[in-house]
Design a protein around this ligand. Structure first.
Ligand code: SF4
Length: 385
């Protein structure tokens, strides 16, 4: 292992060759997982790294690799068992998606189930495994294995229901759509039949979103009957997400594109495609404007029902779309829905930073995925007041 210094020694190369590097990744309990659990409510497990799909909003393939790197099944389950031995019973997968490379997923779950049936004393009997999944691949066998392994909840990300919006967005590396809304319905049914709670994630405001597609999406996703449904509006554009690359190409360094927005933008956002600038300049423009001022870049569909003035402003707030979204959720469903907010619109805060409900949950000793407690938030906040 070579440590690169931030500056070059006079006449030498910028590499630290004097201090030794001790690799400690095999040292047991190097991480204080118990403290992490106590102050965060979850432990974590990685079963594989990377994602072979190419969803246009997503940074995972760029951040983690475009191929799957699978961990050895016994090593994964050893690590989960080591966590449950320490009393860390809520364990969330940190795979990009737990059910991709599904044969490996099933092998991990099968090994958990095997150890549980072979050993009545194993701490794995207390495991609550929380997972992120896509609507496919997901069959009855996977659902049953999840239930038998001790799944605490399934976080499902269909993102939308409308094919015109999903085409070209939720796609494989080859550009092919890989699920339909019927697949989403099937996962929710499988989970319901086995008593596994579900969180359905929806991302509104991608290219092609209109008031009509939003209306249809909210209606059909609420009809899924998930434990919780979470809606977000707009997406951060990153330098190497397919959407970010496309937006930079569309701007071509000379014009802005409708829907490019940042709360802190003071001038139209004009991105340069790779090739027109250095790599550093290319990446920086998604975070800072040309004067170096902080200005993270977002995209919100300009086809949503906003005023001309909002659409023309680089810092326009898609407030009418948020109000429409709130109006689309019937009163009786509000308890199980997470919505983006505007100041004064609702007492719920959907921002994870210093979220009052999340902080109270942790202080009160709740564990497991945040969303699983969301439907009882009024009662929980009353109890801790
Ligand atoms: S959103 Fe798509 S690209 Fe991103 S991790 Fe999930 S399946 Fe992979």
């Amino acid at each position: 292992m070579r440590q690169v210094l931030p500056f070059a020694a006079p006449g030498g190369e910028a590499v630290n060759t004097s201090t030794t590097y001790v690799r400690r990744s095999a040292t047991p309990h190097k991480v204080d997982n118990e403290r992490y659990y106590r102050t965060g409510g979850l432990g974590n497990i990685l079963t594989k790294n990377g994602c072979v799909y190419a969803c246009s909003h997503c940074v995972e393939p760029d951040a983690k690799g475009t191929q799957f790197t699978r961990r050895e099944v016994a090593a994964v389950v050893d690590e989960i068992e080591s966590l449950t031995d320490q009393g860390i019973y809520d364990v969330h997968t940190t795979d990009s998606e737990f059910n991709l490379a599904v044969a490996h997923t099933k092998a991990v779950l099968t090994e958990i189930v095997r150890r549980k049936s072979a050993d009545p004393a194993t701490s794995l009997h207390g495991l609550r495994l929380w997972v992120y999944v896509q609507p496919t691949p997901f069959d009855e066998e996977l659902a049953t294995l999840l239930a038998e392994a001790g799944c605490g909840g399934i976080n499902l990300a269909p993102d939308h229901v409308h094919d015109d919006v999903l085409d070209g967005w939720k796609v494989t590396g080859g550009g092919r759509r890989y699920y339909t809304f019927e697949d989403t319905q099937r996962v929710c049914s499988f989970a319901r039949e086995r008593g596994i709670p579900t969180m359905v994630e929806v991302l509104l405001g991608m290219p092609g979103e209109t008031a009509d597609t939003m209306r249809e999406c909210v209606k059909r996703t609420l009809d899924l009957g998930a434990t919780v449904t979470g809606y977000s509006l707009g997406i951060r554009a990153f330098p190497y997400s397919p959407l970010g690359i496309q937006l930079a190409q569309d701007c071509d360094g000379i014009r802005t594109v409708r829907g490019l927005q940042s709360n802190t933008a003071r001038e139209p956002i004009v991105l340069r495609p790779k090739g027109q600038c250095s790599t550093v300049e290319y990446e920086r423009q998604f975070m800072f404007d040309r004067h170096g001022r902080y200005r993270p870049v977002y995209f919100l569909s300009p086809e949503l029902p906003e005023d001309r003035e909002t659409l023309d402003s680089p810092s326009g707030r898609w407030a009418k779309s948020i109000e429409l979204l709130h109006d689309l959720v019937p009163e009786e469903d509000l308890y199980r829905v997470m919505l983006p907010t505007l100041p004064g619109l609702t007492q719920d805060d959907n921002n994870y930073a210093d979220n009052p409900f999340l902080l109270r949950l942790i202080e009160s000793g709740y564990t497991g995925a945040f969303w699983s407690h969301w439907p009882r938030r009024a009662e929980i906040m009353r109890d801790v007041a």
